[in-house]
Design a protein around this ligand. Structure first.
Ligand SMILES: Cc1ncc(COP(=O)(O)O)c(C=O)c1O
Length: 487
């Protein structure tokens, strides 16, 4: 019998039974015996080992998300605190009660026996709420983007997209019939204008009005937290395409603005009064609405196109009644929550105020220990979103994450492939359920870490790594894994 491993002292949030330990264990490169597995499984494990070796192995975490005992949520997508909202639950149960004969399953696609009047009414109501002609509910935002980009652009059309669009838009574009695709630098209106001029000059079919340009943007970018300059992009497109009316159309993904921005949470397009200008708007229900699924909004032609050419619509069982009932009840409750929308803005402003007025802010910035792009000009911004990204030096990225986790603050450590290689960051989400004390505590915890980093650099600290990082590294040694910032 081997000797039992020495106990490791950890803070409660870095425990051996917690989510972090599960991740760490998942990163253990497979032992020698996997070499004798049948070829099929050996190949799977070899592919997984390349993820393990690059700190990017994912495991589902039973203790992750809201069950992460006692930690403060600056991570989940439950922006408007709707996922566990008792009002939402009550409305959902009322929807079920008023339709006591509802079917649990749809058993077929929308185009066969799977369609039903309740889903059509929900689509019509949501479309009316957003001031558009038609809507099509699908199982997820990912599916919606794949359907949009594989059905709407036709051969010869040109797709222009912000280089920070979500993976689902990238996947949809990659599968699109329109093989002419041009990315423009994130939120850069001048570059966008230049791209359009170039397209008009070099694509005769577009110039002749025989083919269209389709633009992919998001209202709020999930890994940056900044807002799309939609009006400016639209103005630029109208400038360049003034003699080619209708030759350029926008598709706006409102995954992070739906339910949160604008009166009633209608999203950015409605907030700017652009309902009639934007061809396709996509809202998801898995974040602010506290349900799941998505809706593709636009004209009847758009809906018909999605139904007639969208393979996930044609070949997949329709969304069920309880699924749509959760969307209906979520939308109903969410539309009454202007107070919470304002609160999130206030919390976001409080965060920036505390962050930028701290005595260590300038030092931390100048030494590259902290970089928060949205902290620039936060006072003058009309809307500060609920999303923001915190960068540090690449080598210290995991240390910052461990430190905050150890102090009880949950953030999302976004690394490749969620963001481009070398651009890891902590993605922070401020929710309606976050209190002022939590925001203050969070900023205090960030600066406690900055101070530790400064002490280490000055040689006045006891060790050469931060305390939380040391705890994690002890855990890793015990689990015999490397990675996660161990260089
Ligand atoms: C911008 C954006 N679009 C689409 C999606 C996919 O939505 P869903 O989670 O409903 O599949 C996400 C999910 O995070 C997103 O951030």
């Amino acid at each position: 019998m081997g000797s039992s491993p020495e106990p490791v002292e950890t803070s409660s949030f870095l425990s051996l039974t917690g989510a972090l330990a599960t991740s760490i264990k998942g990163h253990r490169i497979q032992p020698e015996h996997t070499k004798s597995l049948p070829t099929f499984y050996r190949n799977l494990e070899e592919a997984l080992d390349t993820k393990r070796a690059s700190d990017s192995f994912y495991a589902t975490l039973p203790t992750g998300g809201p069950d992460h005992a006692g930690s403060v949520d600056f991570s989940s997508g439950d922006v408007m605190s709707m996922a566990r909202n008792p009002e939402h639950r009550k409305e959902f149960l009322a929807e079920l009660a008023t339709h006591p004969e509802f079917a649990l399953g749809t058993t077929s696609t929308r185009l066969m026996d799977g369609n039903y009047s309740y889903i059509e009414k929900a689509e019509a109501d949501i479309a009316a709420f957003h001031g558009v002609e038609a809507g099509l509910i699908v199982h997820s935002g990912f599916e919606a983007n794949v359907v949009i980009w594989t059905t709407i652009p036709k051969q010869g059309d040109v797709i222009v997209y912000d280089d920070s669009v979500h993976a689902s838009t990238n996947d949809g574009i990659r599968q699109s019939m329109a093989t002419d695709r041009v990315a423009f630098p994130h939120n850069d209106v001048d570059a966008f204008r230049g791209t359009l001029r170039d397209i008009l000059a070099t694509r005769p079919l577009v110039r002749q009005g025989k083919r269209s340009v389709l633009v992919a943007v998001e209202s709020i970018y999930s890994m940056e937290g900044d807002i799309c300059p939609l009006q400016e992009l639209l103005d630029a497109s109208q400038d360049v395409f003034q003699d080619h009316q209708g030759g350029i159309q926008f598709v706006v993904d409102e995954a992070h603005s739906g339910g949160w921005i604008g009166p009633g949470g209608r999203g950015l397009v409605c907030e700017l009064g652009l309902e009639k200008e934007i061809a396709v708007v996509m809202h998801t229900f898995g974040k602010a609405t506290g349900a799941a699924g998505a809706i593709i909004l636009g004209s009847k032609s758009i809906r018909d196109t999605a139904i007639n050419f969208g393979r996930p619509i044609m070949f997949s069982t329709a969304p069920t009644f309880p699924f749509v009932a959760a969307i209906t009840s979520g939308c109903k409750v969410l539309s009454t929550k202007d107070h919470d929308r304002q609160r999130i803005q206030d919390m976001s402003r409080l965060f920036f105020e505390l962050l930028t007025s701290h005595e260590l802010w300038e030092t931390a910035k100048s030494k590259g220990i902290l970089r928060v792009p949205l902290a620039d000009g936060w006072e003058d911004r009309v809307v500060n979103t609920h999303l923001l990204a915190i960068f540090t030096r690449p080598k210290s990225f995991w240390w910052m994450y461990y430190h905050l986790l150890s102090a009880g603050y949950r953030t999302f450590p976004a690394s490749y492939p969620a963001v481009p290689p070398g651009q890891s960051r902590l993605r922070v989400i401020i929710h309606a359920h976050n209190t002022e004390e939590q925001v203050e505590g969070f900023v205090d915890a960030i600066y406690a870490w900055v101070q530790e980093m400064l002490d280490i650099e000055a040689g006045t600290a006891t060790g050469t790594v931060t305390k939380a990082a040391k705890e994690v590294y002890d855990l890793m040694r015990r689990e015999q894994v490397t990675g996660f910032g161990i260089v």
